[in-house]
Design a protein around this ligand. Structure first.
Ligand code: ZN
Length: 240
C-alpha cells in the first residue's frame, strides 16, 4: 500500500527541444525550463527510472509525495544540444528511449529529417540520463505478431550490448501503440525479455502502487499548447 492517499505518478513524454521553434513534437527550451520550474515550485519530485523499477520489482515505496518521471522519445541530436546541458546543470533524472536502427541517422520512419544521436554522442550523456527501448526499427507493435514483437525487441536490446551508456530495461511503445487484444501475450514476452516497465500514451496519471507496469500512461507534452494546458495535464491528466 502507498503511504499517501491518492498517490499518483505523472510520466511526461517529450520528443524534441529547440531554441526557437515549437510544434506538436517540439518544445522550446524556454517552455521546457518553465515546465520544470513549475514542477519544482509546486512540490513535484522528479524520480529516476531506477526508482520506478525498484518500486515495481522490489515493491519499494515511492517516497516522493508527488512523483514525476521525465521521458524523451527517439534520441534526437537536439537533446544533445539542449537537454544534456540542462541535466548537467540541474542534475534531474531523465530517460531517453531509442529506436536503435536509427542511431547516427535520422527519423526516416516518419519521413523526417531530424538527426538522431550516434552512440558516441549518446555516451557523452550526463549520468542522470538513462536509456531505454523504443523497438529497433520504430515500428508499431500493433502490426506485428508475437514472434515478430519478440524479435524486434530482442534486436533493440542486443544493440545496447557493450555500449557505454546507462541502459535501463524499459520500453516506450513506438507511436504509443501495442496490440490491445493481446495484452497478456505481450506482457509475457516483455517479462521473458527482462523488461521491467513499458509506457503507452494515455494522458492520464498512474495510481501508485503501479498495478500494470507494462501499460504505464504518459502525458503528451506538446510545444503547440500553452502553459495553461501543461499545468492542467499535470494537475488532472486527461480532460474531458
Ligand atoms: Zn518515437
Amino acid at each position: 500500500m502507498s503511504i499517501f492517499k491518492f498517490h499518483r505518478i505523472r510520466v511526461l513524454m517529450y520528443h524534441k527541444l529547440s531554441y526557437a521553434e515549437s510544434d506538436g513534437l517540439t518544445v522550446t527550451i524556454n517552455q521546457f525550463e518553465s515546465q520544470m520550474q513549475y514542477l519544482q515550485t509546486n512540490g513535484y519530485d522528479i524520480i529516476s527510472m531506477q526508482e520506478l523499477i525498484n518500486h515495481i520489482t522490489l515493491k519499494d515505496e515511492i517516497l516522493a509525495k508527488k512523483p514525476v518521471l521525465i521521458t524523451f522519445d527517439d534520441g534526437y541530436v537536439n537533446n544533445l544540444t539542449y537537454l544534456f546541458p540542462y541535466i548537467e546543470k540541474h542534475k534531474c533524472p531523465v530517460t531517453v528511449f531509442l529506436p536503435t536502427a536509427y542511431i547516427g541517422k535520422c527519423n526516416s520512419w516518419d519521413e523526417g529529417k531530424s538527426d538522431i544521436m550516434s552512440w558516441e554522442q549518446l555516451s557523452s550523456a550526463p549520468k542522470e540520463i538513462s536509456f531505454g527501448l523504443h523497438s529497433h526499427k520504430h515500428v508499431s507493435l500493433e502490426q506485428l505478431d508475437d514472434a515478430q514483437i519478440k524479435a524486434e525487441l530482442e534486436q533493440n536490446m542486443q544493440s545496447f550490448e557493450g555500449k557505454d551508456i546507462n541502459f535501463v530495461p524499459t520500453l516506450a511503445y513506438p507511436f504509443g501503440k501495442f496490440p490491445k487484444k493481446r495484452k497478456k501475450q505481450l506482457a509475457s514476452i516483455l517479462l521473458e525479455l527482462g523488461i521491467k516497465a513499458a509506457f503507452r500514451i494515455g494522458n492520464r496519471h498512474n495510481p501508485i502502487p503501479i498495478n500494470a507496469p507494462f501499460f504505464i500512461q504518459r502525458l503528451d507534452i506538446r510545444g503547440d499548447r500553452d502553459f495553461n494546458d501543461f499545468t492542467k495535464k499535470i494537475k488532472w491528466g486527461k480532460l474531458f
